[in-house]
Design a protein around this ligand. Structure first.
Ligand code: ATP
Ligand code: MG
Length: 631
């Protein structure tokens, strides 16, 4: 056993110790999950300060999520050999937060007065405004995919001018991209991608500024390097080129952000860019029971594009992964909540538990069940809650208007989902007074709209006739059919991201709807859940101990004693989109899904529960193909 000093209770194995004490020059630590990579980074920071007298101020430590950054700070805080001042002086943050500070500091006029487009719907609104210039049909055009493509271009430093569109779709999206950039500039907006891109531009055009940062920072340590993208990589290269004291750690098997331009070749080819780089591999897993480690290894082994790694579990426990076979997602939620409850009664802490899922939508049933159980829980998400999601909100607007013709808020949502300008609200209201008719009838009479909108508006009056008398499930079917909702399913685009897509949401909404006989009952339930969700958000800030609900993407780098993996069925994990790509001969998305599965499984320390519902979103399921390799 190695240790940093006699007084720390912080064991390191031989290779870890080597990594900690190799402080100069480029260093690559490539190793599997739970091998202590993050631990090495924190220990290395402490070692540099306490043993090598390197000023804490000259060290920059970068991670991917705010939660991981906070956790790192916490870990560093625990080294007795560091002073409080040292801990404060080390610069720790996410790429976004650190780079945003740089641009804000040096161009405060522009960035200080600009507003961040924080939510997807804000960016959506701008995009759709622009789309009107091209007369794009909302029904036909894959906006989410377009937004993602734009983000991808931006993160790979591809300017609108430099794009050579491969087809008509790309041509349209590159136009949207160009206009989106102009709109943001003009109205003083910026988005998350601009934080990175803006920083890159600033540094690239100001060698003096780079020199100033180089005088300040001499050591760079970066976690989760497998998910770095071009713009992040280039900024780090600029900042560190004077010393090349660049220590990067990562695991190519955990690269799960391809849709945002992450590129594992940066880690795999690190020694080509830095020929004098030292490479250290770690091969002991200190996190999970050996059955969990070998199950995860058996899954990831089947990927073709990877660097094979040895991984041996240190944790002596015979706990195998456990399987649940609930009937559907409702029973799945019930079983999991019941299991957690029993364990808490036997003395477990709520914060020992995490429930992981592939997409945000999946948390809907769990949220409802946990709310009833009064167990403390936190949902980690930046997306909207289920009933506030775009498609669901649109459907709800129809349902609300069917039972209450005067619901102005619902009318407003309806206009958005029909792709009408905000000003149409006044027109509709005026028209309904003028002609003494309902909002819906007034909508049918609107004239200054585009032809595809006209076609839709004409269908409204017949649709709403008798709609309120139908059962909610039947009403939704009818709205879907008449208004062409199901066509929202994307014609093109990558669904392999943390954003959910509408069709999946709608199917889940129908599962809820089937539980009620009248639309009114369904709406009451929805309102109740929306209120509870707000309450939960407020409450969760006070919790010190809570069950975590999060997407697999967000769970990266974290660990929990007990992990529940939801809906391990084909179509969920692997996601439908990957299966479709596979049918078209593209294996890459399936390999990314397999990495997601690997990340999810390796979060568990003691117990890993895998849930395989027989029905999901109202359809019969097949258990995930990833499970076949477990036997
Ligand atoms: P991931 O790839 O999931 O990010 P990681 O490689 O960063 O994992 P860590 O989170 O640093 O792994 O470590 C996993 C767990 O193992 C942590 O609880 C850590 O404290 C523990 N650990 C790491 N090294 C040792 C060691 N030498 N002795 C005891 N425990 C260790
Ligand atoms: Mg880690």
């Amino acid at each position: 056993q190695y240790s940093l000093s006699d007084d720390t209770n912080f064991p390191l194995d031989k290779k870890q110790y080597k990594a900690v004490t190799t402080t100069e020059g480029p260093l690559l630590i490539l190793a599997g999950a739970g091998s202590g990579k993050t631990r090495v980074l924190t220990a290395r920071t402490a070692y540099m300060i306490a043993k090598k007298d390197i000023p804490a101020k000259s060290i920059m430590l970068v991670t991917f999520t705010a939660k991981a950054a906070a956790e790192m700070k916490e870990r560093i805080n625990h080294f007795p050999m560091l002073t409080r001042q040292d801990v404060q002086d080390v610069v720790i943050g996410t790429f976004h937060s650190l780079f945003y500070k740089i641009i804000l500091h040096h161009d405060s006029v522009r960035w200080g007065s600009s507003r961040l487009l924080k939510f997807e719907w804000q960016r959506d609104r701008i995009m759709k405004e622009i789309a009107r210039e091209k007369d794009l049909d909302e029904k036909e055009f894959a906006f989410d995919a377009a937004m993602q493509q734009i983000s991808y271009w931006k993160n790979t430093l591809t300017s609108p001018e430099s794009i050579k569109p491969a087809d008509e779709w790309e041509e349209t999206v590159s136009y949207l991209y160009k206009r989106y950039e102009e709109e943001k500039q003009q109205h003083g907006y910026f988005d998350f991608d601009d934080m990175l891109y803006g920083c890159y531009e600033l540094l690239k055009n100001n060698p003096d500024l780079v020199a100033r940062y180089q005088r300040r920072f001499h050591y760079f340590l970066i976690d989760e390097f497998q998910d770095i993208n071009t713009v992040q990589y280039e900024i780090i290269r600029l900042l560190s080129s004077h010393t090349n004291n660049l220590c990067i750690v990562g695991d190519d098997d955990q690269s799960i952000y391809a849709f945002r331009g992450s590129d594992p070749t940066f880690i795999l080819e690190f020694d080509q860019h830095y020929p004098d780089a030292k490479i250290i591999t770690l091969s002991e897993n200190y996190r999970s029971s050996h059955r969990i480690v070998s199950a995860a290894n058996n899954v990831i082994r089947l990927n073709k594009k990877r660097r094979a790694k040895k991984m041996k579990a240190q944790y002596d426990s015979d706990k195998t992964p456990l399987f649940f076979f609930p009937y559907d997602e409702e029973e799945e939620a019930t079983m999991i909540v019941q299991d957690i409850k029993e364990r808490i009664e036997k003395g477990a802490n709520p914060s020992d538990f995490a429930i992981l899922y592939r997409t945000n939508t999946a948390s809907r049933a769990l949220f409802e069940r946990l709310t009833q159980s009064s167990l403390p829980f936190i949902i980690e998400q930046d997306a909207e809650s289920f009933y506030e999601r775009r498609m669901i909100k649109s459907l709800l607007a129809f349902l609300r208007l069917s039972v209450n013709d005067n619901d102005e808020q619902a009318l407003q949502h309806l206009l958005v989902s029909l792709f009408l300008k905000q000003s149409a609200l006044q027109d509709v209201k005026a028209l309904s007074i003028l002609e003494d008719c309902s909002y819906i009838e007034a909508l049918g009479k609107l004239t200054n709209v585009q032809s595809f909108q006209q076609r839709k508006l004409k269908k409204l009056v017949p649709l709403f006739k008798g709609l309120h008398k139908l059962s909610p499930a039947v009403a939704i079917e009818k709205i879907e059919k008449d208004m062409g909702f199901s066509d929202f399913v994307k014609k093109r685009g990558n669904e392999g991201n943390v954003m959910d897509k509408g069709s999946d949401d709608i199917r889940d909404f129908k599962v809820v709807a089937r539980k009620f006989t009248t639309i009114k009952q369904l709406l009451d339930h929805v309102d109740d859940m929306i209120a509870k969700n707000k309450e939960m958000k407020k409450l969760s800030k006070q919790y010190k101990q809570a069950i975590s609900l999060l997407t697999i993407h967000r769970s990266k780098g974290l660990e929990y004693k007990h992990v529940y993996l939801l809906s391990m069925v084909d179509g969920s994990l692997p996601h439908d989109y990957a299966l479709e790509s596979l049918r078209n001969g593209d294996h890459a998305p399936l390999e990314e899904e397999r990495r997601l599965c690997y990340v999810a499984m390796t979060r568990a320390q003691e117990t890993l529960y895998i849930s395989i519902p027989q029905m999901r979103r109202g359809r019969t399921t097949y258990s995930s193909r990833f499970l076949q390799s477990l036997q």
